[in-house]
Design a protein around this ligand. Structure first.
Ligand code: DC
Length: 221
């Protein structure tokens, strides 16, 4: 069985860049767990399912054909033969995903699939509940945080770079709303896992954060 490095934290805390950097440096497989919640949301939307209707979302999720594989050092999935990537970042998915991710049956499905990825090898997995629920026994747990203003600025820059026409204050509002849903939902809310190393990246550079994760992991290996 491979190792699993868990990197949790709120939206736009730098988890993706850090997790990708750590995975590349250690030769581990990078896993974006949020992509799977987005994938469940996306397949529901494209089938015309109302994402506020939990039972309907769960039914279409179970009726879909899911497949997992590794491509260029990252775990990816297909749904009914399609591999969504850009689609997962679109506004309709972004706005509905927090509700979908709050459905216990969706979480059970996603968590089981995430756990099975260990069969592919050692992982760096980013998310909200990786250290608390998906790999609670992992000795390598991190909780990445940053001030809300800094996170909103980072997300805003990402969206603008991706050609999205967003306003900074709208990004801040939607980030706050998502933080609120993620942290207060009944099923597996975002929280610091026991034994997790907390890293506040507000005034740290990306390479510095990546190195501090690698130092802790190497020290523990
Ligand atoms: O990290 P992200 O923005 O792609 O996450 C999308 C949504 O999925 C967000 O509302 C939080 C949720 N999520 C979750 O509940 N648990 C995870 N392990 C990862 C993401």
């Amino acid at each position: 069985m491979g190792k699993a490095i868990a990197i949790d934290g709120p939206s736009a805390s730098g988890k993706s860049s850090v997790s990708k950097g750590v995975a590349a440096a250690l030769g581990f497989i990078y896993v974006d767990s949020g992509a799977l919640y987005r994938g469940v949301t996306w397949q529901a939307i494209r089938k015309g399912v109302d994402t506020k209707n939990a039972a309907a979302v769960v039914e279409s999720m179970h009726n879909a054909e899911w497949d997992f594989f590794v491509q260029e050092g990252a775990a990816v999935f297909s749904v009914d033969g399609d591999v969504p990537v850009q689609e997962l970042r679109e506004k309709d998915v972004r706005e509905a995903v927090a509700d979908v991710a709050a459905v216990p049956e969706v979480r059970r499905f996603v968590v089981e699939n995430l756990q099975s990825l260990e069969n592919f090898g050692s992982l760096v997995m980013e998310g909200r509940d990786i250290g608390t629920v998906v790999f609670p026994d992992s000795p390598y747990k991190f909780y990445l945080d940053a001030d809300p203003e800094e996170r909103a600025m980072r997300r805003y820059r990402e969206l603008v770079a991706a050609g999205e026409d967003e306003k900074a204050h709208e990004v801040m509002d939607s980030l706050k709303k998502r933080d609120q849903i993620d942290a207060t939902r009944k099923a597996d809310p975002l929280k610091v896992a026991p034994g997790a190393q907390v890293i506040d990246s507000t005034s740290m550079g990306l390479d510095e954060v990546i190195q501090s994760v690698i130092d802790v992991v190497k020290g523990a290996l």
